[in-house]
Design a protein. Structure first.
Length: 643
């Protein structure tokens, strides 16, 4: 029996719309480029090309080239692999003119309104294409995601210049100028950059420092200088000894990452609290041409990864600045040991201009209480600002396995909440990378294995550095960068906790008076089989190997403890302060069996701020898992000073 189906007018319209959504997007010649579908067609008598990815990324992102399709296109291929469209309209000989801008305005409307391309386009200006993309961005700042320039022409007086008569005449004809108007031309990429700066558009320029065709000093360098004066952002990758060709980079990953990380979809999952600003650091980097940046944290900071990427990025943002980068990360250490070693390891070369601090993972894994988490983090932050009130600080929160489940429950790890209290009290910008990564995994962007776990893979570190970069973009934009003179940060008269470790310091073990059983070993060698990390393989140690060893130390301050290497033979200590009854402390940790673990133990943290005496001895008792009664003291730690 034959069945008949009847549709309403509305249903017919919906069916047509659905059909159209699957129709051929452009009416032209189909082929392939770099293994991707390519379509050539004509738009307003101009040659146009659209290359489509195999799987379209969210919101249909696209990058536009106005010149030289397919030339040095490693970045284009990389973006296609990430779901981007690559779009070309031949505006090669238009010199960024108003006519060219009007043509692309129409093309942009066609792609966005009729083909659902993202309203934010990334612009790619290679050589003379630089004139167009910067000029279009000035008039359409709200439509630009980011700008990638490559040996760009930024001033027609540099290129083509009058030396190339035919090209110079082409420029004059395109703009319909007379000779005097051409000589006084102010429609270059280097001119009138206020709208780009105000919009906070990020620019990456890749240039050869030996470019004789489009000299860097006459083009990108001036563009950057003029933009920075207005509070804009621009990074420069200078290729030493390279002329105008070859363009791009042998490895296009930095370019691809830069463009991809500026999509709205990518940035929507970033989590940061912008407090205060980073004006002081930028002023110092830009004006003095020198800068000191310190990275303080645990193994995620000590290893190669996000820290190296940020060092490179700072050199790109301030290419004329000489940086002193201090890597002050030590594996396994949280905020408490960082606060005590701050003077030694952070301030060792003098005043610091920009400080990164992180401790959430180790404060959690090392079982510090909430009070200790605040005392340690405040110890770092307050000590930093007291040492240099002009110092800018960024606090980071990295991800750890247990944090993932906490975020799935819609909660925030307590350690991050505690560190955030410090950041808020001192008005320090903080970046919650733990929340970001948890949300990205929940959205199936990658797996925990892909990310690399607590110690990220290169992919994981890319996400970390991208969000830090986004914070630079924000705080070094015209909206936040409003003062070209340094202003000291306001330090609260009272600390959050009067016992926080902001007077923390390391005290030489030779200050102790040995009664018996302790020996000063230089260099120290482990007597029991266990890993000793390279950093601690050639140091001086005050060591006791047997029970009954005793010493005393005079000190002044509110807290006393030891910086020890708690290894397989770690014993139990007995300590007495100012003649009070002895207390016991087991040095053996969950990780001591195979490792001489760097660890800070605070014996007492709430002493009266005055002179005290410590008696310390090794106990005859020991942890059942330990093979001895030993104690290896690298430093004494005091929240105050030694006598």
């Amino acid at each position: 029996m034959r069945k008949y189906f009847y549709f309403t007018f509305t249903q017919i319209i919906l069916i047509c719309l659905v059909s159209l959504s699957f129709a051929q997007e452009f009416s032209g010649t189909q082929s392939t480029w770099q293994g991707f579908a390519r379509e050539n067609f004509v738009f307003k008598d101009l040659s146009a090309i659209v290359v489509s990815p195999k799987q379209v990324a969210p919101n249909k992102p696209w990058i536009f080239r106005p010149a030289f399709f397919g030339a040095f296109a490693q970045a284009d291929a990389g973006l296609l692999a990430r779901g981007w469209h690559v779009v070309y309209l031949d505006l090669t000989h238009r010199y960024g003119s108003p006519k060219a801008i009007a043509l692309f305005d129409s093309f942009y409307e066609e792609l966005v309104k009729h083909h659902q391309f993202s309203p934010k386009v990334a612009l790619e200006g290679i050589s003379r294409g630089g004139l167009f993309v910067v000029n279009w961005a000035k008039q359409n700042p709200d439509k630009v995601a980011a700008i990638y320039l490559d040996a760009p022409v930024c001033d027609v007086k540099s290129w083509p210049s009058k030396k190339q008569a035919e090209l110079w005449q082409g420029f004059i004809n395109e703009y319909q100028l007379n000779d005097k108007e051409a000589d006084n031309f102010k429609g270059n990429a280097i001119d009138n950059l206020e709208t780009i700066a105000k919009a906070g558009i990020s620019i990456l320029s890749v240039c050869g420092d030996a470019d004789k065709v489009v000299p860097y000093a006459e083009n990108s360098a001036i563009l950057r200088r003029n933009l920075m004066k207005l509070g804009g952002n621009m990074r420069t990758i200078l290729k030493p000894g390279v002329d105008h060709h070859p363009h791009a980079l042998p490895d296009s990953t930095p370019i691809v990452n830069f463009v991809h990380q500026h999509t709205a979809d990518y940035q929507s999952k970033m989590h940061y609290q912008l407090r205060g600003n980073l004006n002081n650091a930028r002023n110092i980097f830009e004006k003095t041409k020198k800068g000191r940046v310190t990275f303080l944290g645990g193994s995620i900071t000590e290893g190669n990864g996000w820290r190296n990427a940020i060092c490179e990025e700072l050199k790109q943002r301030f290419p004329d600045t000489e940086f002193d980068f201090i890597a002050a990360g030590i594996s396994s250490m949280g905020s408490t040991p960082h606060a005590f070693r701050f003077k030694n390891d952070v301030l060792k070369n003098g005043k610091v201009d920009l400080l990164f601090v992180e401790a959430a993972v180790n404060d959690f894994t090392n079982f510090f209480s909430g009070r200790e988490q605040i005392r340690g983090m405040e110890g770092m932050v307050r000590q930093a600002l007291l040492s240099n009130p002009d110092m800018d600080i960024i606090m980071l929160h990295f991800i750890h396995d247990p944090f993932i489940e906490i975020y799935k429950e819609g909660k925030t790890p307590e350690v991050i909440l505690n560190h955030e209290k410090v950041a808020d009290y001192y008005q320090i910008t903080s970046i919650n990378l733990a929340q970001e990564i948890a949300e990205r995994m929940a959205a199936n962007e990658f797996t925990w294995k892909d990310f690399g776990g607590t110690h990220p893979s290169p992919l994981g570190h890319t996400y970390y550095s991208a969000t830090i970069s986004a914070v630079f973009d924000k705080l070094w934009s015209a909206k936040y960068f409003t003062d070209e003179s340094n202003r000291p940060h306001q330090i609260k008269a009272k600390p959050m906790d009067k016992y926080s470790y902001f007077d923390g310091q390391l005290i030489d073990v030779r200050n102790a008076v040995v009664k018996n059983g302790w020996h000063y070993e230089k260099p120290w060698k482990a007597q029991t089989q266990g890993e000793v990390r390279k950093r601690f393989s050639d140091i001086s140690i005050l060591e006791a190997l047997n029970e009954g060893a005793e010493l005393n130390l005079d000190f002044e301050g509110k807290a006393i403890g030891i910086f020890t290497l708690a290894g397989p033979d770690a014993g139990i200590l007995e300590f007495s302060i100012d003649g009070k009854p002895f207390k016991k402390l087991d040095l053996f940790t969950n990780w001591s069996s195979g490792l001489y673990l760097p660890w800070v133990y605070v014996f007492e943290a709430e002493l009266e701020n005055k002179k005290h005496n410590l008696i310390l001895r090794t106990s005859k008792e020991s942890n059942p898992k330990s093979v001895g009664h030993a104690c290896q003291i690298y430093y004494f730690v005091v929240n105050g000073k030694a006598n």
